[in-house]
Design a protein around this ligand. Structure first.
Ligand code: PEP
Ligand code: MG
Length: 540
């Protein structure tokens, strides 16, 4: 059924809060569709020229978006790729393959950029290896465009839009089968919100959407088939309500029905509230809400966006910036937590049948000590500016902690460092069951409820059909959290809770009742959490 022009209400699953209005704009995954006959008729040099011009423009647009949304370090990567692409020597060689060897544009790109990559890889310095990864990205971008396999946005017809550029200048509600971090980061200022088919509120992409303040609703069935392009859409990411073709009256009423903002409340004695960040660009917001520390710095987010690892120096710069900005308040930085829905295909790890139970988090670090080494050294260097709590992700048991800790320490050989504290995420049931022994050795613990619920109840956090949200209230979860709090207290070790429930005011009472005294939440939730905590204490 196609929803036509009358006002229609749909109910979805709220994934990221906020009210937004815009016109339906469809995100299509990459699907090559250029017919072969058509391709032969086109001049290959012309195709290459058009593609190079498009790619240069796109890289600059990405750089500007990255600057606005994350940080200038990420923008530099796109600008560096643009410089490589604009190199006259490179372009000359590309065209020579077409003109003198009769290759088509795709093959010219493959040949020339692969040669370039091999030359760089052979030079074997870290910096140049990273440039080789840039070449791989450029090559893929050019090939996708030549094959018309690039994902695109469509509000009326394909000709009107490309990612990040709406020629109709509409405000958009983007409709996609799945919410991804890339889609979020590429969305331009005209994208006001998202409607998606798949995706849970505890997926990493949903967490990022909340951090970016973009409303998202999931669980909308077959939107590509049922919602005509350009339909006006009103979404409420707090309730999951979607209104298609809203009348002027409805639109006016709903857009004004925004949740009242909680008062600005500074630190309170009842509950210490730290914040979760993805990059140093989030520090400003952390300081604005008077965060009592950085409770979780997800260091993997930025590298997933960039599609490459950061060098030791780049990492050191970021960690130092965070430590300095927090000026003595606690800083918890997590070792790279890669794998499953934080997959880094560019690491070229062997494919897995079941990545959520595969080589991820601590396991991935153990199998790739070189990744851990760079990060450990960067953390040690940054610790000169202030103490750092190092969080070990996805830890299963004591033995794994010993192995990771030994690798961490051996990476530091000869490096001066100051206070580095070592703790773990409690997000896998086996680690929780061994908490008594683990707390004898670790300096602190962090409860990651997002994954803990997933593994405790075998309920995929990215799937809307596992009843994940209801499980957040399950008594087994709260008994386990209470046990962890008791164990931490008995060993006098700090314990915080940094999963999404930490920022959800519906759980503040349960958190305090379980004996948790420190949470870490999205900066946008800090005032509301403090307000909820004050109410809980008043009631008791
Ligand atoms: C968690 O699992 O609760 C957590 C905080 O880590 P992440 O959401 O990054 O997996
Ligand atoms: Mg986790």
């Amino acid at each position: 059924m196609l929803y036509t022009t009358t006002e229609i209400q749909l109910k979805g699953i709220p994934l990221s809060p906020g009210v937004a209005w815009g016109r339906a704009c469809f995100y299509s995954e990459a699907t090559p569709f250029l017919a072969l006959g058509h391709r032969e008729a086109v001049d290959e040099a012309g195709r290459l020229h058009e593609t190079l011009t498009w790619m240069v423009k796109r890289l600059e647009a990405l750089a500007q978006e990255a600057e606005a949304k994350l940080d200038s370090g990420m923008a530099d990567v796109f600008r560096m790729q643009r410089m490589i692409l604009e190199d006259p020597n490179l372009q000359q060689r590309l065209f020579a393959f077409i003109e003198h060897q009769g290759l088509d544009a795709e093959r010219a790109v493959e040949r020339q950029l692969e040669q370039y990559q091999i030359q760089l890889q052979a030079l074997e310095t870290e910096y140049l290896r990273q440039r080789a990864a840039d070449i791989a990205e450029i090559k893929q971008g050019l090939l996708d465009h030549l094959r018309r396999a690039t994902p695109f946005l469509r509000c009326k017809d394909v000709a009107h839009c490309e990612m990040g550029e709406c020629r109709l200048k509409n405000d958009h509600i983007v409709i996609a089968s799945q919410l991804t971090a890339h889609l979020l980061i590429e969305a331009d200022g005209q994208v006001k919100g998202f409607l998606v088919e798949k995706g849970g509120g505890h997926s990493h992409a949903a967490i990022l959407a909340r951090a970016l303040g973009l409303p998202v609703i999931g669980g909308i069935q077959h939107p590509h088939q049922t919602i005509p392009p350009d339909t006006e859409i009103l979404i409420n990411g707090d309730t999951g309500k979607v209104i298609l073709n809203p009348s002027a009256k409805t639109r006016h009423r709903r857009t004004r029905q925004v949740q009242p903002k909680p008062p600005r409340i500074g630190p309170i004695p009842e509950l210490q509230v730290m914040v979760n960040i993805d990059t140093p660009a989030d520090l400003q917001e952390a300081l604005t809400v008077a965060a009592e520390g950085i409770g979780l710095y997800r260091t993997e987010t930025e590298i997933l966006m960039k599609g490459r690892l950061l060098t030791e120096t780049e990492q050191e710069a970021r960690y130092t910036e965070v430590v300095k900005a927090m000026a003595g308040r606690p800083v918890y930085i997590r070792l790279l937590d890669l794998g499953a829905d934080k997959a880094a295909p560019w690491l070229r790890l062997p494919p897995e049948e079941n990545p959520a139970l595969g080589c991820r988090g601590a396991r991935l670090l153990l199998s790739h000590p070189e990744i851990l080494k760079d990060q450990a050294r960067a953390l040690a260097r940054a610790s000169i500016h202030g103490p750092i709590h190092v969080i070990y992700p996805m830890l299963t048991d004591r033995d794994q902690f010993h192995k990771l800790r030994a690798l961490f320490d051996s990476a530091l050989a000869g490096l001066p460092s100051e206070t580095l504290l070592h703790g773990i995420m409690f997000e896998i049931p086996s680690a929780c069951l061994q908490a008594g022994q683990l707390f004898q050795e670790i300096d602190f613990g962090c409860i990651g409820t997002n994954d803990l619920v997933q593994y405790l109840f075998a309920a995929d956090r990215t799937n809307n059909h596992t009843g994940y949200n209801a499980l957040l209230n399950h008594p087994v979860l709260w008994e386990l959290i209470q046990e962890l709090a008791k164990t931490a207290q008995a060993t006098a070790k700090p314990l915080s809770l940094c999963g999404e429930v930490g920022g959800n005011v519906h759980f503040t009472q349960k958190i305090i009742a379980a004996g948790i005294q420190v949470v870490s939440a999205n900066p946008k939730q800090v005032f509301a959490v403090r307000q909820a905590a004050q109410r809980v204490i008043l009631k008791n």
